[in-house]
Ligand binder design. Structure first.
Ligand SMILES: [Zn+2]
Length: 349
């Protein structure tokens, strides 16, 4: 039996990794477990800015991809066992978030939409209530409202009748992003849509949401400033569009409990983070997890993301944070496991 798993190769290029031999073959295992076989990865090169690969460590992505694949396969087996026992897991909503969709990756983005069209179902990110079983339920969102999204993503989404949500930072309209971002980020050359472009977005398929006014780390602001960013951006957008603004995406995913309370007080019905946890849409929770996707993600990477297979990541991040905290204390001041569990380090995202 031969199975072909695909992953990233070092150096920024994507390509196949072939695992051979009994017990490893993906296709046969997936059939017996009723897990859909993931697709192969295209040989796409991530974008480069200033001559350097700008999407983080390829090795890191490869490790995440491998863990996610194992998670996907293991979860498939568990679900099959559950079905055999007469149970059925409740469907969850996987909310994707993009930033820009540059010209060079328009066709790759279209290919991603086609993958969703064939194998999943698109629902609005604000959906509440039960979800139909059978296929993955996926919501598509865009942070920062870049012009490249209007140019390259929205026509492809509209052509397929896919709903999407665009989160707008309201004090940077028509100009380049003014907030801090990782060195070499492909977003550094983007332009935020103008007020006119935001106002013209068709509300039938596109929901406009707020993304603060100036894109700060909200947990680091004084409460009055955080309130101005959260509430003010909603007022800005309601003056600009005919839509009621009920959704808010946290810049950098950064928040603490007071940030969420301010969002609640401002009247938001859902607040979107950057934690890749699938959402129980039958619950009443305000905060919703999302998984980061890029138009240059490979086929397998994208497939695993919209199937919720990156849901393990928050647990590992939490564990790493606790270990870091533990190491940062002098030997004679180590915290007990109970103290360690309750110690909170400011979020870095
Ligand atoms: Zn943003």
């Amino acid at each position: 039996m031969t199975g072909v798993l695909t992953s990233f190769l070092p150096g920024g290029w994507t390509g196949p990794i072939v695992l051979r031999g009994r017990g490893i073959g993906f296709a046969e295992r997936s059939r017996s477990a009723h897990v859909e076989a993931p697709p192969a990865v295209s040989r796409r090169k991530p974008p480069q800015v200033g001559g350097e690969i700008s999407v983080g460590s390829t090795a890191k992505r490869t490790v995440k991809l491998t863990i996610s694949l194992l998670y996907y396969l293991g979860r498939g087996l568990l679900r099959s066992a559950l079905r055999l026992a007469g149970g059925s897991p409740a469907p969850r909503l996987v909310i994707l978030y993009y930033h820009g969709v540059p010209d060079a990756y328009r066709s790759n983005f279209v290919r991603q939409l086609e993958s969703i069209r064939r194998k999943a179902r698109v629902v609005p990110a604000s959906h509440r209530g039960s979800l139909p079983p059978g296929r993955p339920n996926v919501a598509i969102t865009f942070d920062d409202a870049y012009v490249s999204v209007a140019k390259n993503a929205l026509p492809a989404l509209t052509a397929r009748g896919f709903h999407s949500t665009i989160f707008v930072p309201t004090r940077t309209l028509g100009g380049p992003p003014t907030w801090s971002m990782k060195a070499g980020s492909p977003d550094s050359i983007e332009i935020v849509m103008s007020a006119e472009q935001i106002a013209r977005l068709p509300s039938a398929l596109i929901t406009v949401g707020a993304h603060s006014r100036t894109h700060p780390r909200l947990s680091r602001l004084a409460p009055s400033d955080a309130r101005d960013e959260i509430e003010g951006s909603r007022l800005d957008l309601e003056g600009l569009t005919t839509q009621e603004i009920r959704l808010f995406a946290l810049p950098y995913g950064d928040h603490d409990s007071s940030t969420i309370e301010l969002c609640r007080m401002a009247g938001y019905e859902a607040v979107f983070s950057t934690t890749p946890t699938p959402v129980d849409t039958t619950g009443s929770g305000l905060v919703r997890g999302r998984v980061k996707v890029d138009p240059f993600d490979g086929r397998l990477e994208f497939f695993l993301k919209y199937n919720g297979a990156y849901a393990w990541a928050p647990f590992v991040s939490s564990l790493k944070r606790k270990l870091r905290n533990y190491k940062s204390f002098p030997a004679d001041q180590k915290l007990s496991p109970g103290q360690l569990a309750s110690y909170k380090q400011p979020k870095q995202s």
